[in-house]
Design a protein around this ligand. Structure first.
Ligand code: PLP
Length: 390
């Protein structure tokens, strides 16, 4: 039988990042050394108190179906966190537990967008937003985040993208792959535009606990007129070193959450029961390990920024959050793709080409400093050698 996939998948592609990650793992399994800074995954194990809470939940018998939109204990902790961070008060009917922010992205876009609706997405950005928008049949418009603008949103450009078909805009702050955070002033202007044009805003705040500089970024949901039109996405993967647990949440007005929940039910029928119990414990942060990890990331960030900016051909802005350096390689004269191949073939250092996150990432590569100190030192040495090649 000649298989013909559904049309909605025509613009949906496998993640190139996972391919590179797989290639690195193949080499490592053959005993070869690779300076692998490709993946945005903390090199720390999940904190012990969270693992203990998971074991306890299993032993207490939380192995059956439980509330598919999130157990009450988890929702209560999420509500407390949002209140602590933003001052906003959410009702349990305004919270949904998701199988990671990846699912939060999928259900929010699929629940809100009709084919032909327009969505405004950052470029560059972690690629789930483009792919989910394509699955929804939406038309994608991109706003460019430029290094010379400290990766802030160009408000005139944003305004120029809005038409009567624009329904939604996405912001990711702190950003993957940029490490940049949108300033309060920039967010205030974006919020004003969203209100004036009656847009929904999806704000991906998965790195909100991994920030290194004051003032701390604020949520766009806190600006006047925004709570009613904002879908906050967040999750446990990064700040709690829980990438494999697959848990996140969405916070939005109850009618939006209800639509997302109906869709989510037919996808996964809810996250894993005992994981939800462990995640509620995670948010109580009982032993300070989340802060310890943040401090370690911060040390690595400072080390990389200092070493890189001593080099002749490479430079970077100091990231404000997340755990990525967006390395400017334009002085080498190579494309991002060719530079990645070169660095890998010659120095066994694996980074991600910036243009995989959008065309404006051309001329950059992403380094994840969620890797060990040892790997990061070797990556710096590799870059220092490569620096002399140009
Ligand atoms: N959003 C951003 C900005 C990310 O960087 C990632 C993972 O790298 C995700 C979402 C996916 O997170 P999760 O593991 O919660 O699905």
């Amino acid at each position: 039988m000649a298989f013909k996939q559904a049309d909605r998948l025509d613009k949906v592609h496998h993640s190139q990042m996972r391919r590179i990650f797989g290639l690195c793992n193949q080499l490592k399994s053959r005993g070869e050394w690779v300076g692998d800074v490709t993946i945005g995954q903390p090199n720390f194990p999940t904190p012990q108190y969270i693992k203990d809470a998971c074991v306890k939940a299993l032993e207490e018998g939380h192995t059956g179906y439980e509330a598919t939109d999130g157990i009450p204990e988890l929702k209560a902790e999420i509500i407390k966190k949002i209140k602590r961070d933003t001052g906003l008060i959410y009702d349990p009917s305004e919270i949904m537990a998701t199988n990671g922010v990846a699912m939060g992205c999928f259900v929010s876009l699929m629940a809100c967008l009709n084919p032909g609706d327009e969505i405004i997405i950052p470029d560059p950005v972690y690629f789930i937003y483009d792919n989910c928008a394509n699955i929804a049949g939406a038309t994608i418009k991109k706003y460019t985040l430029r290094e010379e603008n400290e990766f802030q949103v160009d408000i005139d450009e944003l305004k120029s993208l809005i038409t009567e078909k624009t329904k939604m805009m996405v912001i990711v702050s702190p950003s993957n792959p940029l490490g940049a955070s949108l300033t309060t002033d920039n967010l205030a202007e974006i919020a004003k535009i969203a209100v004036e044009n009656d847009l929904l805003v999806v704000t991906d705040e998965i790195y909100d606990m991994l920030v290194y500089e004051d003032p701390k970024p604020v949520s766009i949901a806190t600006f006047p007129g925004m709570r009613e039109r904002t879908i906050i996405l967040n999750g446990f993967s990064k700040s709690f070193a829980m990438t494999g647990w697959r848990l996140g949440w969405a916070a939005a007005p109850a009618d939006i959450i209800d639509a997302m929940n109906r869709l989510g039910f037919y996808m996964t029928s809810g996250p894993v029961s005992f994981v939800m119990h462990a995640a509620a414990a995670a948010l109580r942060d009982e032993d300070g390990s989340v802060e310890m990890m943040r401090q370690e990331f911060n040390k690595r960030r400072m080390y990389l920024v200092e070493e890189i900016n001593k080099m002749k051909n490479f430079s970077c802005l100091a990231p404000k959050g997340a755990f990525y350096i967006f390395l400017n390689i334009t002085k080498t004269g190579m494309s991002s793709h060719d530079f990645c191949e070169y660095l890998f073939e010659k120095y066994r250092v694996a980074v991600i080409a910036g243009n995989l996150f959008g065309s404006s990432g051309e001329g950059f590569v992403r380094i994840s400093y969620a890797a060990s100190d040892e790997i990061l030192q070797a990556v710096v040495e590799g870059l220092q050698k490569a620096d002399k090649d140009f």
